[in-house]
Design a protein around this ligand. Structure first.
Ligand SMILES: [Zn+2]
Length: 440
């Protein structure tokens, strides 16, 4: 087995399994633990905030093959194979919502498109992700899920892992549809839910629980081990609570395309922040959600925020016309992609930049990294991922401050002001293999 010793000036260590290897006096930065939530049979959901990550400086990791064998503070005992000067060694980033990237929309991408995305996402620090299919007619979603199931086994190991598919629609609210096509929205009948479940590797379903049959669908999906996320929803806080009672554990892109936090009419976002069972996705490009509201989210839902990109095919590309769910979107010179009527349609965000953006708001580095690593991993039942800890999968990213003078992607760095953030992946490992090494 190949062994690799990496010395880092700074690294983010997760305490739940690494505690024995770190001295007790290292600074700890973590969210308050949250009690495990009861879940119906079949739901594999780790309690949000169960782990505690913190910064160790300096430190080192020893990899044995695909796993992390040792994590420790201080200088390594021998000569390291890799010496990371500056920056932070973090777990590989995990993105639970990727519609497309690099010009390809995953719902109908050909094999070359899938390969391009899988091979290139490590450039953004992303070592695993969920391809996300937005609303389409059920037969089209079935076809896309079957294609995904067929492609997964043959995807290259030297790329970002595909952990399953996030199906965002078609069981959404007409009033909160955003860029989704209203004609294809429908109720989550038992038959429609069964059909999608049988078609392919469904990991997350975003739905509006207030639709007819919504709560039954939440129960069916949760029992089948699918993570149900409330999104594109006009539900009241009470209806979201009922969805959580039925097994829902996530909120899709908090504040976007959902009822909000009115103090006498609390909606999806209010319940998301208040309910310890729920973890919320957040698009931190500083355009989808204003910076101050991102800060509110991290403060109110400590350990329960997951950074997502909601990236569309326009991500990683120059301004121009691209495709989302079979219909055109335009990426302007600044700001997220939009439909012809001006509706925001996905993002052009990089997940490494999103981490930097929230750090720029004053969120602790370890908390920001957790929101893009350990928290999403635990949420989908993959606690072998998303942490630097002995026994964990050796997916890693070396993050460093972005050099704004060489950012060729314009709109991807947190378009409407980078809020002082700006982190970029400089090197990325998947399963212990170096899969990306950037310009230094
Ligand atoms: Zn959406």
């Amino acid at each position: 087995m190949t062994s690799l010793l990496i010395a880092a000036e700074r690294l983010i260590v997760t305490r739940d399994t690494a505690a024995a290897h770190t001295p007790p006096n290292v600074a700890r930065h973590h969210a308050a633990p949250i009690a495990p939530a009861a879940a119906p049979d079949g739901v594999r959901v780790a309690p949000a905030g169960s782990g505690q990550s913190h910064v160790v400086s300096p430190g080192y990791v020893r990899l044995d093959g695909e796993r992390i064998a040792e994590v420790s503070a201080g200088r390594p005992p021998g000569r390291p194979d890799v010496e990371l000067a500056g920056g932070t060694l973090a777990p590989g980033l995990i993105d639970l919502q990727v519609n497309g990237y690099y010009g390809h929309d995953l719902v109908d991408a050909d094999e070359a498109g899938w390969l391009a995305i899988v091979r290139r996402l490590p450039e953004t620090g992303v070592t695993s992700f969920l391809p996300t299919f937005i609303t389409a007619p059920i037969p089209a979603l079935v076809a896309a899920l079957r294609t995904a199931a067929r492609r997964l086994p043959s995807l290259p190991a030297a790329g970002s892992r595909v952990l399953g598919v996030h199906v965002e629609g078609p069981f959404l609210s007409r009033d909160r549809r955003g860029a989704h096509n209203a004609e294809w929205l429908t109720d989550p009948t038992p038959e429609a839910v069964r059909t999608l479940l049988a078609a392919g590797p469904v990991k997350i379903v975003t739905l509006a629980p207030e639709r007819a049959g919504g709560l039954d669908a939440v129960r069916t999906l949760s029992r089948a081990g699918v993570l149900v996320s409330v999104g594109h929803s006009d539900a009241t806080a009470g209806q979201v609570k009922q969805a959580a009672d039925a097994g829902a554990r996530m909120i899709t892109h908090l504040f976007n395309a959902q009822s909000g936090v009115h103090h006498r009419a609390p909606g999806v976002a209010a319940q998301a922040l208040a309910d310890a069972r729920l973890t919320a996705g957040l698009i931190a490009d500083m355009a989808h959600v204003a910076p101050v509201v991102c800060k509110v989210a991290f403060a109110a839902a400590a350990g329960r925020i997951v950074l997502v990109t909601d990236a569309a095919a326009a991500a990683g590309m120059p301004p121009g016309r691209y495709d989302l769910g079979g219909e055109p979107i335009d990426l302007p010179a600044a700001g997220p992609p939009v439909r012809a009527d001006g509706t925001i349609a996905g993002s052009a965000l990089r997940l490494d930049a999103a981490v930097g953006n929230v750090v720029g708001l004053g969120v602790d580095l370890a908390v920001a990294v957790d929101a893009a690593t350990r928290v999403p991993a635990d949420l989908i039942g993959r606690s072998d991922l998303g942490r630097i800890a002995p026994g964990a999968v050796a997916d890693l990213v070396w993050l460093d401050t972005a050099d704004s003078t060489v950012d060729p992607t314009g709109g991807t760095a947190g378009t409407a002001g980078t809020a002082g953030g700006g982190l970029r992946a400089r090197a990325t490992w998947v399963g212990g293999e170096l899969v990306f090494k950037g310009v230094q």
